[in-house]
Design a protein around this ligand. Structure first.
Ligand code: GAP
Length: 451
């Protein structure tokens, strides 16, 4: 089965995702909303499985990280304290002629914006580009019935701030001792100037963030620890190790809050290449000290054994659920020729724990009691994991439809089943079929899903 390297996987994925119900453009019947996407029946399962793996690794499997689900809308002072009102900006230029807007560093702009010879990359007019102006990426709205400056609130551009403002609530209610972490998964919103590449950069997206509170001086130790942990987590999703690497932020790249930062990058191939999917940041005491200053409330931790108070430093791990979903899709997509068959197959080689459907169940033919047997088995398996029952069309076609959505196992009920109660389990990747007792199927698949 030689694998063919598709030239533009992203384009093929956009079409597969729509056709098979993973991801649709938002408000499509109205012409779509710019860079906002909806997850369909299979996509919602895939993304949920990914989030569950993260939640399990970060919260459930450890005793030093607590979960949180903070609100999207927060007190507007939060975003002044966090630095987002002042510095979460991109420099933009406007064309006075065609009214289009560009990032000031857009390589398509000829000349220096604001000068007479600068040329608009869209309408081609000279001297119409404004000087760069700072544009804040936060979405603004109003709380309550009055639309005035006192009622402005923002949609959060990161989930992290909900954790900082709850630091003492969580610490005191759980009696955790530093070092410990707080994790949450939730939506974030950014009015991105150059969104695109499907779900890679969107204006509404989900983050999975964890803030680890440590004693100052131990921060670089924990920073190294979390870099390693997080890289290993991405490998555990089945992302190819050679497609993952660290990228260290230079001084110029560091965000306003960061003392040190590494991105975990994934090689998306094509024109994207290696791109950030997760950031690991040493944020020092920037956030807690700013919230202390802006709220007037002490946020110090009291270390009882040593009888001292201090403001913890924070090591943050921040990963995009949508961007990692895209990485998993790109990583798994392959087109293959199948020996002895004229038609090739498209496979989504998803890790079984991420696959939206775990097993397809097929009666070989629609007679001789096979459908009834298959329906009974389906009902039993559905108690444990998502199953797709399919009795229509040629068996090869049914297999291929499941390969394309990443279903790791297909179970076929055939003539022999009716005699001895055995069925075949076909493996998506090896194409091997093994014959097992029907009443052992649930246990066998469950065991494979948990590895
Ligand atoms: N709290 C730190 C923080 O938000 P970030 O590097 O700006 O750091 C973290 O974002 C992760 O969130 C990124 O690695 C990416 O996976 C995801 N992300 C950020 N902006 C995004 C966008 N516009 N669309 C999709 N995912 C995004």
């Amino acid at each position: 089965m030689p694998a063919t390297a598709p030239s533009d996987v992203l384009e093929k994925l956009v079409s597969l995702c729509k056709r098979r119900g993973f991801i649709f453009q938002s408000s499509e019947i109205y012409g779509g909303t710019g860079s906002v996407w909806d997850y369909g029946p299979l996509g919602v399962e895939l993304k949920r499985n990914l989030k569950d793996r993260w939640w399990h690794a970060m919260v459930r499997a450890r005793d030093d990280i607590e979960g949180l689900d903070a609100a999207i809308l927060m007190h507007p002072r939060v975003w002044e304290a966090s630095g987002h009102v002042a510095t979460f900006t991109d420099p933009l230029v406007d064309c006075k002629n065609c009214k289009k807007r560009f990032r000031a560093d857009d390589p398509k702009i000829k000349g220096t914006p604001g000068t007479p010879d600068a040329q608009c990359p869209v309408c081609g007019m000279k001297g119409t580009l404004s000087e760069p102006r700072l544009f804040n990426l936060m979405f603004k709205t109003y709380m309550g019935p009055v639309e005035d400056s006192a009622s402005i609130v923002y949609l959060r551009p990161e989930t992290a701030q909900g954790i900082y403002v709850n630091f003492l609530n969580v610490q005191q209610s759980t009696r955790q001792k530093v070092p410990f972490g707080i994790a949450q998964i939730g939506k974030a919103f950014r009015n991105e100037i150059t969104p695109g590449n499907f779900i890679f950069r969107t204006r509404e997206f989900e983050q999975m963030e964890m803030q680890f509170f440590v004693e100052p001086g131990t921060d670089m130790h924990w920073f190294e620890y979390w870099k390693e942990q997080r890289l290993n987590w991405h490998k555990s999703l089945g992302l190819a190790p050679e497609r993952l690497e660290f990228h260290q932020h230079s001084k110029e790249e560091l965000a306003h809050y960061a003392r040190a930062a590494f991105d975990i990058q994934f090689d998306f191939g094509g024109t994207l290449g290696f791109q950030e999917i997760e950031g690991v940041h040493n944020r020092g005491d920037f956030d807690l000290s700013r919230h202390q200053e802006y709220s007037g409330k002490k946020l110090e931790y009291f270390d009882q054994p040593n009888n001292k108070r201090f403001l913890p430093f924070v090591v943050e791990t921040s990963v995009g659920a949508d961007r990692t979903t895209l990485a998993v899709l790109v990583n798994g997509y392959r087109e293959e020729t199948v020996e002895g068959e004229s038609e090739g197959r498209t496979v989504l080689g998803l890790h079984p724990s991420l696959a939206p459907i775990k097993a397809g169940v097929f009666p070989l033919v629609k007679k001789d009691g096979m459908p009834e047997f298959a329906e009974k088995l389906t009902a039993e398996l559905r108690q444990r994991f998502p199953v797709f029952y399919d009795e229509s069309g040629a068996i090869g076609r049914r297999y291929r439809r499941q390969d394309e959505v990443g279903t790791p196992y297909c179970i076929t009920i055939d003539g022999q089943t009716m005699q001895d109660g055995t069925v075949t389990i076909r493996d998506r990747d090896t194409l091997q079929q093994e014959r097992v007792a029907a009443d052992a199927v649930a246990r066998i698949i469950q065991a494979r899903l948990s590895t």
